[in-house]
Design a protein around this ligand. Sequence first.
Ligand code: AMP
Length: 479
Amino acid sequence: MTTFADLNLDEKLLRALKTEGYTVPTPIQAQSIPPLMTGSDLLGIAQTGTGKTASFALPILQRLLRDPKPTPRRGCRALILSPTRELAGQIHESFRSYGRFAKLSSEVVYGGVPIGRQTRALLNGVDILVATPGRLLDLVNQRAVHLGDVEVLVLDEADHMLDLGFIVDIRKLVAMTSIKRQTMLFSATMPKDIAELASAFLRNPVRVEVTPVATTAERVEQQIIFVDTAHKQNLLHKLMDDPTIDRALVFTRTKHGADKVVKRLEEKGIRAAAIHGNKSQPQRERALADFKAGKLRLLIATDIAARGIDVDNVSHVINFDLPNMPESYVHRIGRTARAGATGIAISFCDREEHSFLRAIEKVTRQQIPVVESPLGPGLGMPPQPRVKGQPSPDKPRTTRSGRPVWQRNRPEKSRNDGSRTPSETAPGSRRDDPPRTKEARPYQGKPAQGARPPRHAAPEGRDMAREGKVQRNRGFGRS
Ligand code: AMP
């Protein structure tokens, strides 16, 4: 198996990847990074969630590290064009993470915020500039930035940029860059107009195509159990009667939640350990080693801590809480069914989490089969039909300030940075889904044969980029 260490990446990048908990490149990273490091152009057919950001960010950082130069005044060395400001913010954040040990500067510019700060930030030039096309063109027109020094150009989510009507802007911007540049174009789909753009902008590109992340979701047998939060712990205890659950990763939304689950399992005499950001490195390592060795049947984790967990033969993933980001759901359930094995993912869903479930089903383009709680009926509630003129019953319950109740104790993000509050970004808050009509089957440890056909055909990733993620607007700061 290829690891990042095999890719000849700079030590500073390897260190950053280690900090992120990544050891094994995703398929798009394994296929893209080597040709990009030799200077090839690339046509990548991949969606968000496949790891495509690192597949272009790492070779760009590597190139800038290997060939240090002063930043061009009012210019940049690497330019990444993104369709939305949310995606631009995420890309910028990824560059900041992977480049945390590299002394490189970066900036993100997009519309909807005052232009003056962006103009000032670009005055001395930056190594990496992430931009949405409209705002970048405005900055170019105001002579706040020029593109003559761009050595590497990335067009991310090209199909989405075309859908949003950026084609003319993009052509203008690309024409301002040097023809000697290295170019990468990523798109989730390859319609004729994208193929034409690719042939106009790319020279002998390497073509890399990866199957969308949703295929993980198709490999894993999934079940949903509607259960009120008050009964989730008992439900977990009850599931432990099922001998086929021999090695299960249990996900909670918070660190505190993970500790509480462990404590109550131990009170019942069930051995378990938690792994999350508040645990020391030795504690994490011990928990993981015991889990791998089969000494622990259950490992309770939060999303962040689980990123680096690479354990074979996880028979079940249990979502004690559903994640508010569909992308996290796909990552979580991908912890079972590794290396072609099959696995089962059981998700507990309280009333507050109906909207998360809808968002997950939309992204995975599957309706997750419902099974009856082994605790018996009446301890949970499926989504209710929506009554015209009434607020959606799927809408998360909110506090007086309008935040979802599960966010009650978290500090509110400032809105001045262009970000949206969690209540504005809660998946499903704008949805108007039909009621779930099918009766739940009894829990038998396996889901229904012949799961229902996909209900949604929405392209994955884009909605997440628009709805789910919050952008940040900070540079690396030259150090
Ligand atoms: P992207 O498709 O670039 O939006 O990435 C999807 C998610 O995968 C992000 O949360 C990344 O942080 C994460 N990710 C990217 N590369 C890896 C990797 N090699 N191992 C584990 N997670 C990764």
